[in-house]
Design a protein around this ligand. Structure first.
Ligand code: GLA
Length: 406
């Protein structure tokens, strides 16, 4: 969990932005990632070591890192396994050792490692693995524990090989924050599934990334995660209409990223978080599902295509389950990406078709997006056996903790 400057500040990270954000995060213990564009014009011409832009970071990145550590935060940085980064700065291809060594000297705790300008060293899993493994070896050689986050957008199926060298891997092209992109198809994000995708692209919508992730859940486990990209929660583009009513889109985005065990990396301007966003991103019950130590793979048990009243294709109604360390107390998510309210009977025999022992229990259903009497998220909506009736508004996700009754 953490924050990354890219979604809001793009190619203009500065010392002030990072420190002010850190101050806003300080009690959370999250990790801060300085993404692309921290770079000086060139590396050190004598040693080849990477250098930071001293206009943006007047005291240097080592100093910034020390500040963040003093504040109790972790420090992440970005580079690309290519000759240049995606923003056109010097990349790490061929400079893995000196870059890793410098990052370790700067006190880096997390490296986001991108895929731009890779000089044709991709196109087969072996080519990608070898290129990304070089940095892994270099990081290991520094002796400093550095979380290694691959960002090759799902090219060459990293979920099949990255788990042995990295802690997370991006599974899609870049997410984009615009209302029509919640469930829209954009030709800039052309693949319909990531399994054989050659052009991950960008401008990928929230629901498309959820669909991509649905097929890859079997690849995750403790310390190896599908990265669904940084959160757009709180940025405002995706939620204009629905946000004022119920925050449905934002709740869906946050809930599904958490449920699918993606790293949760905020991307909005944390210094100006509005109250609704703050409420959503601090839902401890939802975060607990994401961070659950059982590290179980979530499963999409139902995925119904929806039609609008005019008979046109209109999203899906899906039901997801995940087991928790409190098993047989588990969690269920119901997501409606369509534009009309949907009602559904959750038959326990269907949603737990692969776990007979769960089907005949009685559960207290706790709606994690309703507040209880003490003002905290998580309100019981009653005890149920065999089945449960649920109604979900357009673009809404409901998440329940289902507490097994003895
Ligand atoms: C790529 C990555 C983004 C961001 C930019 C920076 O597009 O996928 O997340 O890091 O590069 O240039």
């Amino acid at each position: 969990m953490g924050w990354n400057h890219w979604n809001t500040f793009g190619c203009d990270p500065t010392e002030d932005i990072i420190l002010q954000t850190a101050q806003a995060l300080v009690d959370t213990g999250l990790n801060i990632v300085v993404d692309d564009c921290w770079h000086a014009e060139s590396r050190d011409l004598d040693t080849g070591a990477p250098k930071e832009d001293l206009t943006k970071f007047p005291h240097g990145l080592k100093w910034l890192s020390d500040q963040l550590h003093t504040m109790g935060l972790k420090f992440g940085i970005y580079s690309s396994a290519g000759t240049f980064t995606c923003g056109g700065h010097f990349g790490s291809l061929g400079y893995e050792e000196i870059d890793a060594k410098t990052y370790a000297e700067w006190g880096v705790d997390y490296l986001k490692y991108d895929n731009c300008n890779n000089e044709g060293q991709s196109g087969t899993p072996k080519l990608s693995y070898d290129r990304f493994n070089k940095m892994r070896e270099a990081l290991k050689a520094t002796g400093r524990p550095i979380l290694y986050a691959l960002c090759n957008w799902g090219e060459d199926q990293p979920w099949n090989w990255a788990g042995t060298i990295a802690h997370s891997w991006r599974i899609s092209g870049d997410i984009h924050d615009a209302s029509h992109e919640f469930s829209g198809f954009d030709p800039r994000c052309p693949c319909t599934s990531m399994l054989d995708c050659k052009l991950p692209g960008w401008h990928c919508s929230v629901t498309r990334i959820i669909d991509f992730a649905a097929l890859l859940v079997a690849k995750i486990g403790s310390g190896r995660w599908n990265d669904m990209d940084m959160l757009e929660v709180g940025r405002g583009g995706m939620n204009q209409e629905e946000y004022s009513k119920s925050g449905a889109v934002v709740v869906t985005h946050f809930s599904m990223w958490a449920f699918l065990k993606s790293p949760l990396i905020l991307g909005h301007d944390i210094r100006n978080t509005d109250n609704t966003t703050l409420e959503i991103i601090t839902n401890e019950e939802i975060i607990a599902i994401n961070q659950d130590t059982r590290a179980a793979q979530p499963v999409r048990k139902i995925n119904r295509l929806l039609k609008s009243s005019a008979g046109e294709e209109d999203g899906t109604l899906s039901v997801w389950t995940v087991s928790l360390s409190t098993y047989p107390t588990n969690a269920i998510a119901v997501l409606n990406t369509g534009s009309e309210t949907q009602s559904l009977t959750l038959e326990f025999a269907e949603i737990w078709s692969d776990a007979a022992n769960l089907q005949n229990l009685t559960y207290d259903f706790v709606d994690l997006w309703q507040k209880n009497g003490s003002g905290k998220w998580g309100q019981s909506v009653g005890k149920f056996s065999q089945s449960f009736e649920v109604s979900v508004e357009p673009h809404q996700t409901k998440v329940f903790k289902v507490i097994a009754q003895s």
